[in-house]
Ligand binder design. Sequence first.
Ligand SMILES: NC(=O)c1ccc[n+]([C@@H]2O[C@H](COP(=O)([O-])OP(=O)(O)OC[C@H]3O[C@@H](n4cnc5c(N)ncnc54)[C@H](O)[C@@H]3O)[C@@H](O)[C@H]2O)c1
Length: 443
Amino acid sequence: MKVVVIGTGYVGLVSGACFADIGHDVTCIDKNPDISARLERGEIPIFEPGLSDVVGRNIARGRLAFASSPASSVPSADVVFIAVGTPPGGSGDADLSYVRAAAGELALCLSGYTVIATKSTVPVGTNRAVARIVRAASPDANFDVASVPEFLREGSAVSDFAAPDRIVVGTDNARAADVLRQLHQPLLEGRSDRFVLTGVETAELIKYSANAFLAVKITFINEIANLCERVGADVEDVARGMGLDSRVGRWGLSAGPGYGGSCFPKDTLALAHDAAKAGAPIRLVETAIEVNDARKKSLADRVSSVIGGSVAGKTVAVLGITFKANTDDVRDSPAIDLARGLLAAGAQVRVFDPEGAPHARSLLDGVTWWPSTVEAAAGAHVATIVTEWDHFKPGRLDMDALKAAMVTPVLVDFRNLFDPTVAAAAGFTYVSVGRQPALPEGA
Ligand SMILES: NC(=O)c1ccc[n+]([C@@H]2O[C@H](COP(=O)([O-])OP(=O)(O)OC[C@H]3O[C@@H](n4cnc5c(N)ncnc54)[C@H](O)[C@@H]3O)[C@@H](O)[C@H]2O)c1
């Protein structure tokens, strides 16, 4: 099938390249001339494991192309995906201006029957608004709209595409449903029960409900971690004991610095906003937002409390700036809140992240950037692990070199990567999340 993907960010580029990989003829369009020019040169503007190989082999096969305008590819497309950003608007609602603009632009290029499918995460009613925009711009066009929300996770997006937990298609139209089933057929072999066909509004709401549920789950274990610290319990064991219950499940039960990233924060806000507006407020989600925001803002205080109550004049190494490992995405990353809080409290902040620096530099005035853990830790009074990169895990992190580089061997681990007794045996004062602090032998 001929597929066009509008917007080549984390979602559009991955799904476009992966649709080409399963045999479709794909054109990815980005109106940012810098992004489309880099893609046309074969450069991948984002870091996503495995993506460069998929893009490279499908360009070579002639199944994947890039453009900065929809004019040449949309007329022959069977399916046009809208995969542009939906950032937070001013009052917590989703900013749909990019979706509307994309709909207006593609409408002028339609020819023959086309399914317009929205992959962007959009509030209930958006796909119907897209249909109205297209109809107004192109009254004779032959098209149907569908909501096809995306569930891939940054860091494992390529493998998520190949083995999706489910493919959700929301449309009122049987022909559009057929086209979209055929498009996804290679991903459904032996798993046809994973194709969830539903109405447009329901599909739109499935995406928000899934993200909000996961955000609440993460927030729940973070609050349990607070309690563990007070009562001498161990949140890792609590999470294991809970997660082995198949009704609960293990995912999301990793206590940490609070959820961040380009989806959970903005999607919880948008759902809470829209639900309140519809007269059905979701207080659980409203509270999760509040609790998570407060947690991210308290990270610097937590570091201060570990080294005597103040970081003023102290040097702090921040290890990891992305919101999670295996991505270069720093949107709403807790590490940014931490670094800002430390700077505001008068600390000198030295940062290392394997991939995140290019995106984070403009967000953080006043920190210094270093190309390795040990260099970031040079002269530090405390080192903080904020992202769960392999670089900071036992076996990869050279504890002796880290200790030798620091003024005082204090490690605050917001990801619980170490066994506290092992960190203490390596000579560190070790403070993690939802577990008791560990002191070096003899301290
Ligand atoms: N990032 C994720 O992990 C993820 C996962 C699932 C769903 N989503 C949703 O998918 C959508 C896209 O997210 P993203 O992270 O890929 O966004 P992104 O910001 O990384 O990429 C969006 C791209 O769209 C381009 N664009 C905007 N308007 C355009 C237009 N009119 N024509 C062509 N290109 C245009 C921008 O230049 C940008 O490159 C959002 O709604 C998001 O909530 C994201």
